[in-house]
Design a protein around this ligand. Structure first.
Ligand code: ADP
Ligand code: MG
Length: 523
């Protein structure tokens, strides 16, 4: 593996300014955009009149080609794994039994699913997953990135975003290369083969269309369940436009509150939406969640009731409640325990999801390929492993991150913050003892150490001016999987995402304003 080049190559101020202008205009012209943050006290307007560029990088960031190829090549094994977990009620119950007493959100999701799961398996046995497996490069203490390998951060089974903006970032970097040749500042920036051909937008839209087809009614629509005040609308809308253009499938975007007002289940459990525009009611074929993954999306029990109503319908859910549960970080940790992955993927008593990988079925080699991408993961329960992890976390916190069962960024506890945090949980246990210690709601994970010395020019959304940052890039690989019932199963890799953040920040959310949407320059 070649060492990563020193990055970025030298550029003049004038070259940088010209690139920044070209990038910004390309972004604004091509929907590589977000809605601006509303002024204090105001809301995101119903009819938008202004946009800002999505946070972007002026140059693609060097990424080892073998690692990129590897991440893509194992995606279908991951799809198969998480499909199996989703259909394995006993496995999910065993995990949630320990999480639920110390995590209200997971408890709500699990309990509500348990109450209806017999019924919904009859009504609609098919699940649609649009996944994203996220990785950081781990440098093994080798600063140049020469031996860098991918290590998985997490596996997302709900609302995996930026598929559309990611494709646009790749297209923008390719455009800048073709248009300016990046002023010959580096040979790789003029090498068309070093840029990725990423179709995450088309591939994810095609995945939604697969769900629509499996439902089997031409006139029925895809329901995008969205958050109130969403700013990342163009990433979502682009999928709607592709669905219509490439697949002749219509979409409708609604919040939980709007669905509660306009939706109903008929006697056959078909989900219908009243149209306030005097059109015929609309049948829902696929429910695609770009919300519903955080407690903030359920401010009252009414939102949970709406979720359950949708779940009980014939519409195919992307994801189903079971598929959302399968994406819990606790599941990631349990799979890493000795033998658990192997039993899930290869064990004959485990549910058959109807697809292997390639022409054959799954093998030990597939298991080994997944394990190769894992880093240390521990429970914080009363098992021997759990006690050991608790000690490790208190003694060597600089090596770890502590994660609750949450999605969407900003929830993890890093390094030196871990011991006082655990101490606080212990105090709470003493003051108000529960069924289990509060720390059982968390997993402990070894920190991945990305290569040093990579920099890039990042442009924050709405700012325009690039700033040089010491960066860390997180690669996401999308997957589409349709399984369950008698549907013809689908298992596909669906493109990639590269998010690049300043090294000083532990977290990497684009939506929370820290990461830029980037593309890899394969080395
Ligand atoms: P979320 O569900 O909130 O996205 P993640 O597990 O993806 O949670 O963690 C958020 C961010 O924290 C990641 O994007 C990454 O930047 C950082 N992070 C998470 N786990 C690790 C790890 N093991 N080593 C280094 N950084 C990590
Ligand atoms: Mg994440």
């Amino acid at each position: 593996m070649a060492p990563l080049p020193t990055w970025p190559p030298a550029m003049t101020e004038a070259q940088k300014a010209d690139l920044a202008q070209q990038a910004a205009t390309y972004a604004l012209a091509n929907g590589f955009t977000l809605l601006p943050v509303p002024a204090k006290g105001e809301r995101v307007p119903a009819i938008p009149t202004q946009v800002i560029t999505a946070p972007l990088s002026l140059l693609p960031t060097p990424f080892p080609r073998p690692a990129y190829v590897q991440a893509k090549s194992i995606q279908r094994v991951y799809n198969a794994l998480y499909a199996r977990v989703t259909l394995d009620w006993e496995f999910l119950d065993k995990i949630m039994m320990h999480v639920a007493p110390v995590d209200d959100f997971q408890a709500e999701l699990w309990n509500r699913w348990k109450a209806i799961r017999e019924e919904i398996t009859v009504t609609q046995p098919v699940h649609l997953g649009i996944f994203r497996s996220d990785y950081l490069l781990h440098a093994h203490g080798n600063a140049t990135g020469q031996k860098a390998v991918i290590k998985q951060v997490e596996f997302n089974t709900i609302a995996a975003s930026f598929g559309a903006l990611s494709q646009k970032a790749s297209e923008m970097h390719r455009y800048l290369s073709e248009q300016s040749g990046y002023y010959n500042v580096h040979p790789q920036l003029r090498n068309a083969n070093a840029f990725v051909d990423n179709h995450s937008l088309e591939d994810i839209a095609a995945g939604l269309a697969e769900g629509h087809q499996a439902y089997g009614s031409r006139e029925a629509a895809v329901l995008f369940v969205v958050q109130e005040g969403e700013r990342n609308v163009f990433d979502q809308r682009a999928l709607e436009y592709r669905l219509l253009k490439n697949h002749d499938v219509r979409s409708v975007r609604l919040t939980f509150a709007e669905i509660a007002q306009r939706g109903q289940l008929d006697d056959d459990k078909v989900f219908w939406l009243d149209s306030p525009l005097g059109k015929e009611p609309l049948e829902v074929a696929v429910v695609y969640y770009r919300a519903a993954y955080t407690p903030a999306d359920y401010t009252t029990s009414a939102e949970w009731d709406t979720r359950v109503l949708l779940e009980r319908s014939q519409a195919i859910k992307c994801p189903s409640m079971a598929l959302q549960l399968a994406g819990a970080k606790k599941v990631q940790q349990v799979l890493a325990e000795p033998g658990v992955l192997e039993d899930m993927l290869l064990g004959s008593s485990r549910p058959d999801v109807g697809f292997g990988v390639g022409s054959g079925s799954l093998t030990e080699r597939d298991c080994a390929a997944l394990r190769e991408t894992w880093t240390g993961l521990w429970p914080l329960d009363s098992s021997e492993e759990g006690k050991k992890a608790y000690q490790l976390a208190r003694e060597y916190p600089e090596r770890f991150v502590l994660k609750p069962q949450r999605e969407g960024g900003g929830n993890n506890i890093y390094r030196d913050n871990i011991p006082p945090y655990l101490a606080k949980l212990d105090e709470e246990d003493k003051a108000q003892p529960g069924e289990a210690p509060r720390r059982e709601a968390y997993i402990l994970m070894e920190l991945i150490e990305p290569p040093q010395g990579v920099h890039n020019f990042l442009v924050r959304g709405g700012e325009g001016t690039p700033r040089l940052a010491d960066v860390v890039s997180e690669l996401g690989v999308y997957g589409v999987s349709l399984f369950g019932g008698k549907a013809v199963p689908v298992n596909k890799e669906a493109g990639t995402l590269l998010r690049t953040k300043g090294r000083e920040s532990d977290e990497g959310g684009v939506a929370i304003g820290i990461s830029s949407i980037d593309s890899p320059l394969l080395i």
